[in-house]
Design a protein around this ligand. Sequence first.
Ligand code: VGL
Ligand code: ZN
Length: 202
Amino acid sequence: MKALIIIDMQNDFMPGGSLAVPGGDQIIPLINSLQEKFDLVIATQDWHPDNHSSFAENHTGKSEFEQINLDGIQQVLWPVHCIQTTSGADFHPHLNVSRIEAIFRKGTDPKIDSYSGFYDNAHKKSTGLSGYLKGKGVTSLYFCGLAADYCVSYSALDALTEGFKVTLYEDATRAIDHNKFEEMKTQIIAGGGRIKYAEEKF
Ligand code: VGL
Ligand code: ZN
């Protein structure tokens, strides 16, 4: 069985949001039509407390998009985004949420960031997504959403190590940094994943 995994289609990642991904809202119609082709649709939400360690403003003297070493892991310092229960953390109002069966939230631990929908960046804590999908008999995952080079790609890589067949729809995602997305695509392909256009298949 196959499932569509919609990553972080939240207001703060849309144009006008605090961590806007260029063209992030342009993929909404495609993601809405894709949902009709899947038996199971799952979404993730970036869901940070306001003292989250990925926010530049929580590190004195550091700037947004600067890299630091956080407990042995390279961490990009982001603008404040997707604070739990705020409108910035809500799904974009045009995203069809009626077919989303479950929402997995990540980034809730103030001490560590979590790009992937499966694990935090140190791979210490699971969100339970892998076990949930396996319990439903899902074997193939199709990824879309934001941002291509971070949460979508890291989710796809974790899905491969969890043993799923992985397809990333590159026309149903948008990147923050295009060079980083190219590097991530290479890693996904090396791990056995596929990069495809959603619109040529449907
Ligand atoms: C994301 C940066 C920080 C994402 C989340 O959803 O790709 N990127 N938090
Ligand atoms: Zn985040």
